[in-house]
Write a protein that binds this ligand. Structure first.
Ligand SMILES: Cc1cc2nc3c(=O)[nH]c(=O)nc-3n(C[C@H](O)[C@H](O)[C@H](O)COP(=O)(O)OP(=O)(O)OC[C@H]3O[C@@H](n4cnc5c(N)ncnc54)[C@H](O)[C@@H]3O)c2cc1C
Length: 545
């Protein structure tokens, strides 16, 4: 059976009639990572997500698989070691969406980094993260730094350091995890919200009452253990469980701005000093360059963090100072996104000083809550919590199996197999009149599953004569049949990232895609119109600052 909401009634039936070993609440990177780990160990696992998979923080990050170089300043050596070493693992298991990216660290007059501290810092980073020799840091003089990035403020520039990180697409990483968990027997449902917990006579948690938003009805899911992986919402569920004591969350907001590439035409991704002790990234990616992030304490609506005027001013000022020739203005922005870091509160610490370490909280009822952490360290977080779950289940499930498990779309033994597959798919595309550039775009989104998108193209070719529409339709059908989308926003934001990375083209396709989606899902006109309106609102909200 496909991982598709076309099979929803069967999934809901299974969720409400079976007994699970583990119920995971929250379908971000943390929850989906846990679901995969548990499924691979042979546990019977269900996961529910109140909106779409990755609709919380896990679609709003800087989209880097990184070791957290800046945490060295806070002497978080273990954190840098753990997440730094994890980068290579995440890359190996999902090569199509975790791509090495050279990062430039400019050293400027009156900046907080000197050539000496940068060189030592990057060296320690390489050692702690176990970086392979071909990807070790390289220090550059002023001339070579300018050659690497000619837009840097040459009058303030002293030199630079080059080191490796990996770029990713956070929400695609989440969906590939969800697909992999499903392929291994997990039952994962989006648009199902946990409303309250169910307890036995001893006060131990035995499941949850859940609202199925697509079917508009309540169901009960029974499970021996329950994990709360709700990111910024973790404390709300702890409160519901009457266990909000001791450690609690402190949310901080982070914003990113997107510019057309020609407005910020960087040759090279950069990570630079803002002057207030913070560092920001500027990352070119196809036709855009994005910049971020801010880090401010957040106490407002969890469901709608957004970019405001101050965020825009802060980031634009920082970019214009480091790359004066670009002279960006707010009018140059084409899209934005804002996310909330679910960090653990520490008395007297500012937003950027709060640790990025993860924490597990266990309540008297047995609810396991996990928060903090990074996208990059999701696998290690999952291992820790599934070890605890296994102990509670008093059954031998064996050890964690995710370290060498290739995620859906990333089933390649090594780099040469990865490249060979791309070549084969490009050839296949040629025979179907699909340009190599389109195949490459799909390959870095769907990996080996691109073959299915190509098949969809041939299926619809007789009916759709416009190539651009045909390619969109082929992708949309793939997302319907294999990636659990229901609304247009699921596709535009979380399956393809078009709202961030290609917003102007994407906007032109909304009406067509909305009609096509309604036809495939057989939803009525008024629901389809409502969905289209919600998508258009989401598009305009990216510029509502
Ligand atoms: C601006 C920013 C930049 C970042 N950059 C990076 C980076 O480059 N690299 C990196 O490694 N990390 C980065 N991070 C950190 C990383 O993004 C987060 O640690 C991670 O995404 C948190 O994932 P999560 O699954 O815990 O939370 P979320 O992704 O928020 O998932 C929690 C889910 O729970 C769901 N939920 C809530 N309540 C319920 C309920 N009652 N029932 C069912 N579901 C519910 C929500 O809808 C949500 O989807 C960044 C974070 C921010 C904010």
């Amino acid at each position: 059976m496909n991982f598709s909401n076309l099979n929803r009634s069967t999934f809901i039936e299974q969720a409400s009639t079976q007994q699970f070993d583990l119920l995971v609440i929250g379908g971000g990177i943390t929850g989906c990572g846990i679901a995969l780990d548990a499924a691979l160990r042979g546990m019977k696992v269900a996961l529910i997500e109140k909106n779409d998979f990755a609709s919380g923080t896990s679609s709003r990050s800087t989209k880097l698989i990184h070791g957290g170089l800046r945490y060295l300043k806070q002497f978080e050596f273990k954190l840098v070691h753990d997440v730094g070493s994890e980068r290579a693992v995440v890359h190996r298991n999902a090569r199509h969406i975790v791509i090495p990216e050279k990062m430039l660290l400019p050293i400027v007059h009156e900046g907080s980094l000197s050539a000496f501290t940068t060189s030592i810092g990057l060296l320690v980073y390489d050692i702690l993260a176990g970086v392979k020799s071909s990807e070790r840091r390289k220090m550059l003089n002023r001339h070579d730094t300018l050659k690497a990035e000619p837009l840097l403020a040459f009058d303030r520039l002293l030199g630079g350091g080059l080191y490796f990180e990996y770029r990713t697409d956070d929400s695609r990483l989440v969906i590939e995890l969800a697909k992999s968990a499903f392929a291994n027997g997990g039952l994962l449902l989006n648009y199902c919200e946990s409303k309250s917990f169910v307890y036995n006579r001893l006060g131990k948690i035995t499941g949850a009452k859940v609202f199925d938003k697509l079917g508009n009805k309540e169901i009960e899911i029974r499970a021996t253990t329950v994990v709360n992986a709700c990111g910024p919402w973790v404390d709300l569920l702890r409160k519901e469980d009457n266990s909000l004591k001791g450690k609690r969350l402190q949310l901080t907001k982070g914003v990113h701005l997107v510019f057309p590439y020609e407005k910020l035409p960087l040759k090279q991704a950069a990570y630079f000093d803002v002057g207030d002790g913070r560092m920001i990234f500027a990352i070119p990616r196809n036709n855009i360059t994005y910049v971020g992030t801010t880090d401010t304490i957040y106490n407002q609506d969890l469901n709608k963090p957004h970019c405001n005027k101050e965020d825009v001013e802060y980031l634009i000022t920082a970019v214009n100072k480091m790359f004066p020739a670009v002279a960006l203005t707010p009018e140059d922005i084409v899209s934005t996104w804002a996310g909330l870091r679910p960090l653990i509160f520490e008395e007297g610490k500012s937003a950027s000083e709060l640790s990025r370490k993860d924490e597990i909280m266990i309540s008297e009822s047995g609810l396991l809550s996990i928060a903090g952490g990074k996208l990059t360290g999701y696998r290690l977080m999952a291992e820790k919590i599934v070890d605890l779950v296994a102990k509670k289940l008093h059954k031998s499930y064996g050890s964690c199996k995710t370290k060498n498990y290739r995620l859906s779309g990333g089933e390649f033994e090594n780099e040469s197999e990865f490249k060979k597959t791309l070549d084969q798919l490009t050839e296949k595309g040629k025979s179907e009149n699909i340009p190599a550039s389109k195949i490459a775009e799909w390959f870095y989104r769907y990996g080996g599953n691109t073959a299915i998108v190509i098949e969809n193209t041939s299926k619809f070719r007789p009916k759709i004569t416009d190539d651009e529409k045909l390619f969109e339709a082929a992708e949309l059908v793939y997302a319907i049949e294999n990636e659990m989308i229901w609304f247009l926003n699921d596709f535009m934001i979380r399956r393809t990232g078009k709202i961030f990375f290609d917003i102007q083209n994407a906007e032109k396709q909304l009406d067509y895609l909305s009609n096509f989606l309604a036809l495939q899902l057989q939803v009525d006109d008024s629901s389809s119109q409502k969905d289209l309106l919600a998508t258009k609102e989401e598009f305009s909200s990216t510029l509502a600052f």
